[in-house]
Every structure is written in structure tokens, then in C-alpha cells.
Design a protein around this ligand. Structure first.
Ligand SMILES: [Zn+2]
Length: 548
């Protein structure tokens, strides 16, 4: 337990406290799991004992650890990245062949990677020769899968089709192999032996996800859970001192094994838990996913007669919102299309007028990714709803907006400037690892220069200042976690959760930020990631860790 008293002073740093845009110092002291002092080197050294270890940060920038408020971390198992970066159907098939040749004949084989271009997705016919009799599922993005012929045959599609999945068919009514799940992580509903249902598999997925997030400077994240397994694993990890990052639990209460009644009956409220595992509220998804044509709009997608779909009936949804709000629970609603968001605003208006509460911090996930009319933006401000867009939507998905929605509705993707100017409280989440990269540096860069993965610039008038972008990932997301007293700024008494960067995001420019890597990540006074970048900071810290 000597960790509690350990004192470390980081000197020669650029300590950006995030208290205000000009508050920069050159030293920071840590005692145990908390920040002991911030200031100039002499004053900080004066606040610690002579036994404190002093490490030179080599000019690196220290920031409050990043907070990601929207993560599906156990989907790391579906996104094992074995297909990542494949650019053609032929390349996907070659990788699938390689996996099959080197893997024993498992019951089910799930191979994943973020591939957003439908032209690249193989069909069952493409997979037939390679997979032969094997049950193979390719996972491309949130909910889009390609099934081998044997895998297609094994599923009783009539039974699962309407509730959990849309099975694409050709003109003759034969399934093509492309299956769109109604929700991330739904795969285990239709593959009974799919590995996300076993705790060993979930544990390895969580371990993988925790490592990825730590590399990105993330120190806290909110995990959308649908059953007890990840909660049990987090508790085991915590008890064994293996939980490297801080977890907020957002419990789905629809499309979930956990009911709203059970949460209300247990008396859980936001804030319940400890510094490492904390209950954050409940989650419901009202519509589908935009890239799959599932987001519900008031007008059809371009060139189609489909407006998207609801995943829950409006009456049932409104009832859930009313009951959760009345029970004092914070509610997060996934809503993408304007028609879905119309229902969300109506339900919250009804719930809030029935039981007025000013500090509810209710959230609308993905709000702001796609254009909302100004009158709806105004309602967000009036109801004090928090919009939680995904900044990396700009990186990976934005190019599909205008083709799918047309010029008028496609003109203001990721309208964070408009939201902030209208007085809407904004937070950010990544949706990692489903559709968008998690990396906060890519997210901040996109918010500032509005550039996508391909280099195109979208709606530059929606650009926000570096200070605002950095605030979203730190102080604003801390508030969104009900944890502003412990997180979000670097101040004496707060948790020692720190992201170390080679550059200062306030001055580096978006392009530098986008190509920078986090040097190291600290959670509660412990280094949970130290990169191998060639930098004096990583050299000094690595030496410090080997000596400790
Ligand atoms: Zn999500």
C-alpha cells in the first residue's frame, strides 16, 4: 500500500490545467492517486517531501486524462481487426482464407474489421468456396455482417429476422449473406455459441479494449452494458488491481437482459460506485444506424422510399423515459434521425414537465452528427438535454451523408458550432470500436479543421476553437459523468488522471494533432500506458518505472 504515499514530481512540463485557456504551468506533483500541487517547479517541490521522485518531462504537455462517454468495449471481440484496412473484396477474401487455414475448425468463426464500403463486403456466394462447410461471420461495422452459406443455413431466420436482424435478399428472395443487426453487439442473440456470451471471451475483449483506450490517452469511459458479465469482470479486475481505467456503467434497459424495473428496484442512482466503477445511468436506442439506412428521418433517404426504422415503439419508449426520469435516473438515448429525435424531445418534455428537475444531465447520443433543424436545436437548450455527437464521425462516416440525405439535409454534419452557439450543452463519445475510431486526437482535429479521412473539408463554418474541442474531452465530459469535482482539470486534490502529449493541442494545429501519438497515460498516479515514441519524456518515464 506504499502507493498511497508515493510522491512524484513532473518538472520541465507544459501543464495545461484546463481551468481556463491561459492557465499553463511547468510542474505537477502527485501523491498517491491524486494531484498534490500544480505550479512553477520551486513552489511544487516545496509542497512535497524530500523523498519525492523528480522526473523531467522533457517539454511534454500534460492534460487531464481524456474521457470517452460512449464505448462498446466488449465489441472489441467482434472487431479483432483481422480485416482492418482491407480495401477490396479480393483482399477481404484473401484474409479470410488465411484465418481459416490457420484456425482449427471452431464451431463459429467471427472475423472483424471496420469496412464501411458496401462494395467491399463479400456475399455468401463469394465466401462459399473459401469457407466450404464452416460457420464464418465477417463483422464490418456496427451491426453489418456477412455470413458464409453454412452459417446462414444454421440460423432460423424466420425466428430472429424482425426482432434482431434484417436479412438482405436478392430479387428471387434468396439471402445474399449480408445481415444487418438491429444494434451493436446483437450478434450473440442469433449465434447462441457466439463467444461474447462467455466470460473468458468477454474478459479478453475487455483487456484488449482497455489497452487500446489507454494508448489513446483515455482514462475514463462509459460502457454500454446489456448483461452482468462485464460488470462481474470489472469487479474482479478491480479487486485484483488489474482494472487500469475507470469505467462508467450505462445500462441498457431495452434490447437488454437488464430491465428498468430491476434498476429502479435496486435503488441505483448516478454516482453509485467508487472511483473505478461507477453507475452512470440507463440507455435506450430509439432508431437504427445511419450508415445502414436505419436512422429514422421525417423524409425518405435519397432515391428510396425508406425513412429508416424505430427499434422501440414510441409509447413504450415514452413510458421508459417517464419512469426512469421519475426514479431519478439519468437517461441516455441513442437517436440519429430527425424523426427519431422528434420522439425523444417529446418524451423528455413530457417526463420533465411531470417531474421537474434541473440537473438531470439526460443525454442524446449521436445528436449533432447529422443536421437537425434550428427549432429542434432550440428545444435541446430549453430542456437542458446534452447532445453527445461523435467527433470521429467526421473522420470516417461523413462522406456518406450527402449521398444518402441530399444537399439540404447533408449540409451541416457534426454541427457542434451551431449547438454551442444555441446554448446546448455538448459532450462527446466515440462509439469505439464500432463505427468510428476512438482516438480523441483525431476527434479534436476533426472538430477544429473539419477534415475527413479522405482530406475533404465539410461545413467549415461549424469549426470550433481548440480550447472548446479540448474542453469537450476533459472538463465537459467530466461534468457529463457527474464527476467534475474529481476529473476534467489538473488541480490539487483531483484524481491524478493524465494524458501526456508531445504537443499542446491549443497551439499545435489540427494536422499535427491528428498525426500525434499519446506519449503516456496515467490513472490514479499509475502509468497505464507508456508509448515507444522517441521522446525525452518516454525515455525518462521508462527509466523511472524500471527503477521503481
Ligand atoms: Zn453506440
Amino acid at each position: 500500500m506504499d502507493h498511497l504515499d508515493t510522491e512524484v514530481v513532473l518538472v520541465g512540463a507544459r501543464v495545461r490545467t484546463m481551468r481556463d485557456p491561459d492557465d499553463v504551468h511547468d510542474a505537477l506533483a502527485i501523491r498517491g492517486s491524486r494531484i498534490a500541487a500544480v505550479g512553477d517547479e520551486a513552489s511544487v517541490r516545496a509542497r512535497v517531501s524530500s523523498a519525492a521522485r523528480v522526473v523531467n518531462a522533457g517539454g511534454a504537455t500534460l492534460l487531464p486524462g481524456f474521457i470517452d462517454t460512449h464505448v462498446h468495449i466488449e465489441d472489441s471481440i467482434l472487431f479483432d481487426w483481422r480485416l482492418e484496412g482491407a480495401r477490396s473484396r479480393a483482399e477481404v477474401l484473401a484474409r479470410v482464407r488465411a484465418v481459416i487455414e490457420t484456425t482449427p475448425d471452431d464451431e463459429w468463426l467471427v472475423i472483424g474489421g471496420t469496412i464501411l464500403d458496401p462494395q467491399v463486403w463479400p456475399t455468401a456466394a463469394d465466401l462459399a468456396g473459401i469457407c466450404r462447410g464452416r460457420n464464418v461471420v465477417l463483422a464490418f461495422s456496427s451491426g453489418v455482417h456477412s455470413f458464409s452459406p453454412a452459417a446462414l443455413d444454421r440460423i432460423n431466420w424466420a425466428g430472429v429476422r424482425s426482432e434482431h436482424a434484417d436479412v438482405e435478399t436478392d430479387e428471387s428472395g434468396t439471402p445474399t449473406g449480408i445481415v444487418r443487426m438491429r444494434g451493436v453487439g446483437r450478434l450473440h442473440y442469433i449465434i447462441p455459441t457466439q463467444p461474447t456470451t462467455t466470460s473468458a471471451a468477454v474478459r479478453s475483449a475487455l483487456t484488449l479494449g482497455l489497452r487500446e483506450l489507454a494508448k489513446q490517452g483515455v482514462t475514463s469511459f462509459h460502457h454500454m452494458i446489456t448483461n452482468r458479465i462485464p460488470v462481474q469482470i470489472y469487479q474482479e479486475m478491480y479487486a485484483n488491481g488489474e482494472l487500469s481505467l475507470r469505467v462508467g456503467l450505462l445500462t441498457r434497459v431495452y434490447e437488454s437482459e437488464i430491465s428498468l424495473d430491476s434498476i429502479i428496484e435496486t435503488g441505483l442512482a448516478p454516482g453509485f460506485g467508487n472511483e473505478y466503477i461507477r453507475f452512470q445511468g440507463v440507455k435506450v436506442s430509439i432508431d437504427g444506424y445511419f450508415p445502414q439506412g436505419g436512422a429514422l428521418f421525417s423524409e425518405p433517404y435519397e432515391g428510396t422510399c425508406s425513412c429508416g426504422y424505430l427499434r422501440i415503439g414510441v409509447e413504450e419508449f415514452t413510458d421508459l423515459v417517464m419512469r426512469a426520469h421519475a426514479a431519478g435516473l439519468r437517461i441516455c438515448v441513442h437517436s440519429n434521425g430527425d424523426q427519431a429525435t422528434r420522439h425523444v424531445l417529446d418524451a423528455f418534455a413530457q417526463a420533465i414537465s411531470a417531474a421537474p428537475a434541473r440537473d438531470h444531465r439526460h443525454r442524446v447520443e449521436h445528436a449533432g452528427n447529422i443536421y437537425l433543424p434550428p427549432e429542434m436545436v432550440k428545444e435541446f437548450a430549453e430542456l437542458r438535454l446534452v447532445a453527445v455527437p461523435n467527433p470521429t464521425f467526421m473522420h470516417s462516416t461523413v462522406s456518406s451523408v450527402t449521398p444518402r440525405l441530399g444537399q439540404r439535409r447533408g449540409r451541416h454534419p457534426l454541427n457542434v458550432r451551431q449547438l454551442l452557439d444555441a446554448g446546448v450543452t455538448v459532450g462527446v463519445g466515440s462509439d469505439f470500436p464500432a463505427l468510428h475510431p476512438g482516438d480523441p486526437l483525431i476527434g479534436m482535429a476533426a472538430l477544429i479543421d473539419r477534415r475527413s479521412l479522405s482530406g475533404s473539408v465539410y461545413a467549415p463554418e461549424e469549426s470550433i476553437e481548440p480550447w472548446e474541442a479540448l474542453s469537450l474531452y476533459t472538463r465537459r465530459n467530466a461534468w457529463l459523468s457527474f464527476e467534475e469535482r474529481d476529473k476534467g482539470t489538473l488541480e490539487s486534490g483531483k484524481l491524478a488522471d493524465i494524458a501526456v502529449l508531445p504537443c499542446d493541442p491549443m497551439e499545435a494545429g489540427a494536422e499535427t494533432l491528428r498525426s500525434s501519438r499519446v506519449l503516456a497515460t496515467m490513472v490514479g498516479g499509475r502509468w497505464v500506458h507508456v508509448g515507444d515514441e522517441d521522446h525525452r519524456f518516454t525515455e525518462n518515464i521508462s527509466r523511472e518505472i524500471t527503477h521503481a
